[in-house]
Write a protein that binds this ligand. Structure first.
Ligand SMILES: Nc1ncnc2c1ncn2[C@@H]1O[C@H](COP(=O)(O)OP(=O)(O)O)[C@@H](O)[C@H]1O
Ligand SMILES: [Mg+2]
Length: 343
């Protein structure tokens, strides 16, 4: 990564009108994140974006990330953007613990996490749209274009993914401004309120993806998926939708790590993180769910054709509409292997 940190710190010093010191924050997977302080007790967070991440197709363009970050702040969830700098932004410092997977799995946190998502989703729309299926096509095209290693057997699963996409499309809700990358480390506890940082993959999307992605990143079991669904939607009827997106999060983000491993080796070494092993781990989790005998039930459920005797699924409301879409034959074709990235 070119030295963008030094120039950004100089601009922050000029803006602050007094000397600053800085401390790198470890934990981010993509960028230079530093805490900036003054003797007077001011404290800010400087996020210096690595242009290679966006250039490799692993994040939205920097200017759009800054726009979306400001909108998330307007929603009362993101950190306030205090200063826009070339390739960097100075943010409000959120003073509180960053969550980890155990905290996100703690049932006592579920309501607060759901409330943070609801606040974000009720805020101003983002400047970008997002679909996990289009992202999959993009990442796969990148892997093909650069001859990158992808987990063995990955593309054999694309027909099943197409069936999942077709099922989710049957009752597609309106999109809302979503974060789309809710690893535990992107939640910060601010007093008793959960805040969300890092809008690198943000875009308007189906809110059920947001929940499925949280669930995938914190390794939720079925009961926790149901709990989060209930906390967000008020009932657990969309739990099957969330569960399918959990699978899609693991499946698609496998390739995010494959691309990062293949194209950003230098950054990977600096981050001291095994991107290749993470790709294999995510794919193994996706395969576990693709091979689960209950997958067909989930697909039927999101299509609105829930089987009445399945004890693992909630009962449908009496007024549940029953779309007459056929179960098979409507799936879109899998992405063409050499399609150019979408954006
Ligand atoms: N505004 C903020 N206030 C306080 N801490 C922050 C803030 N933004 C990020 N952090 C901390 O820095 C870590 C990495 O930041 P993040 O924006 O997620 O970077 P990356 O894109 O590299 O994942 C977060 O997990 C969190 O601990
Ligand atoms: Mg992050």
């Amino acid at each position: 990564m070119p030295d963008l940190l030094g120039p950004a710190l100089e601009l922050v010093t000029a803006w602050a009108g007094r000397p600053v010191t800085y401390t790198p924050i470890k934990g981010g997977l993509s960028h230079h994140i530093v805490r900036v302080e003054t003797d007077a007790g001011d404290r800010w967070l400087l996020r210096v974006l690595d242009p290679n991440v966006s250039a490799a197709g692993l994040g939205i363009p920097l200017d759009l990330e800054i726009v979306n970050t400001s909108r998330a702040a307007q929603a009362g969830v993101g950190a306030e953007v205090l200063l826009r700098l070339p390739g960097a932004m100075l943010l409000e410092y959120i003073d509180g613990p960053t969550l980890d997977a155990a905290a996100v799995r703690d049932p006592a946190m579920t309501e607060d996490i759901a409330a943070a998502c609801r606040r974000l989703h009720a805020g101003p729309r983002f400047a970008t749209d997002f679909s996990i299926f289009r992202k999959l096509e993009e990442l796969l095209a990148l892997c093909h274009a650069h001859g990158l290693k992808i987990p063995q057997g990955y593309e054999d699963r694309l027909p099943a993914v197409a069936e999942i996409e077709a099922a989710l499309a049957v009752r597609q809700p309106p999109t809302v401004p979503c974060h789309n990358d809710l690893l535990p480390e992107n939640f910060i506890l601010d007093g008793s309120v959960v805040r969300i940082v890092d809008y690198q993959l943000s875009g308007n999307n189906d809110p059920a993806f947001e929940l499925g992605d949280i669930a995938a990143e914190a390794d939720y079991d079925r009961e926790m998926v149901r709990r989060l669904t209930r906390a967000y939607f008020g009932d657990d009827d969309p739990a099957a939708r969330v569960q399918l997106y959990l699978l899609m999060s693991n499946f698609t983000w496998t390739l995010w790590f494959s691309v990062h491993h293949g194209l950003l080796a230098e950054q990977a070494a600096a981050a001291d993180f095994d991107y290749d092993a993470e790709a294999a781990d995510k794919f193994a989790q996706a395969v576990r769910d693709l091979d689960d005998p209950g997958l067909g039930l989930l697909i039927d459920d999101v299509r609105g054709r829930r089987r009445p005797h399945d004890p693992t699924l909630p009962s449908p409301p009496a007024t549940q509409p029953r779309p007459s879409t056929p179960a098979t034959g409507t799936a879109p074709s899998p992405p063409p292997p050499n399609a150019p990235p979408a954006g």
